[in-house]
Ligand binder design. Structure first.
Ligand code: SF4
Length: 237
């Protein structure tokens, strides 16, 4: 997959969000390029014409402006991230998520990390010692064959579960985001037991990946019955 990487200067980084009071997205675009990703609306917002997953704008000034913005705004919970994976592969080189976390931790801002990548473990030292950082993994299926169909460029299910376990055993508050619930999510009940403090569950609420379901004969997993059955089982984790 071709990837167009551009270093850009962001105008702001600590922005209001509907999920948590604030969100920080150190990147625009996401190398994971999940087929169902709702964040592809960012193409419209930013004028990108490339397919979702094939461009990333790197906000190289993110730490610098975050440092300024937290001085002007009232301390509240920050979600990292909403429309990109903060630990997508480019983070290994740019370390923007790490630098933003350092600033937030130093100033005692509460943070919720959301990722699909075990690269988050690179920052375990920081996460453990911060006053209020929790970390969660998006794991919408337990079946890695399904993961390869819907999220071929994201880390394997097994690697996410293992990383979640490492975080949890290190004393970090952890969660799993099972949203959207994909086919093959049943076994998450067993896989997540004892590794998370809580789970979020939601169904597929948008239609970007309907063709993927159809191409693979998985339409049953879009029904109300499937979601309700899974929700009941997963709520017991
Ligand atoms: S990891 Fe998240 S932001 Fe990135 S493509 Fe997948 S769903 Fe979208």
């Amino acid at each position: 997959m071709a990837l167009i990487v551009k270093e850009v200067q962001a105008k702001s980084i600590l922005t209001p969000s509907k999920i948590y009071p604030y969100v920080v997205n150190p990147y625009t675009g996401c190398q994971h390029g999940c087929s169902y990703c709702y964040a592809r609306f960012m193409k419209r917002v930013t004028g990108h014409r490339e397919p979702w997953g094939e461009f990333v704008d790197v906000k190289v000034n993110a730490p610098r402006i975050l440092e300024k913005e937290i001085r002007k705004k009232k301390r509240n919970k920050v979600w990292i991230s909403g429309v990109c994976d903060p630990y997508q592969p480019l983070e290994e080189k740019y370390r923007l998520t790490r630098q933003c976390l350092e600033i937030l931790a130093r100033n005692s801002w509460p943070v919720v990390i959301q990722t699909r990548s075990p690269l988050v473990l690179r920052d375990l030292d920081l996460i453990r010692s911060a006053p209020d950082i929790e970390a969660g993994f998006s794991i919408p299926t337990a079946d890695d064959r399904i993961r390869q169909i819907f999220e071929p460029h994201a880390p394997a299910v097994e690697d996410r579960i293992e990383a979640l376990d490492t975080l949890h055993r290190a004393g970090v508050r952890t969660y799993a985001m099972i949203a959207p619930v994909l086919p093959g999510a049943e076994d998450l009940v067993r896989l997540l037991k004892g590794k998370v403090d809580y789970v979020f569950i939601d169904r597929m609420n948008y239609h970007y990946a309907d063709h993927v379901y159809r191409e693979h004969g998985l339409e049953y997993a879009l029904t109300d019955e499937y979601f309700e059955r899974l929700r009941e089982a997963l709520t017991g984790i």
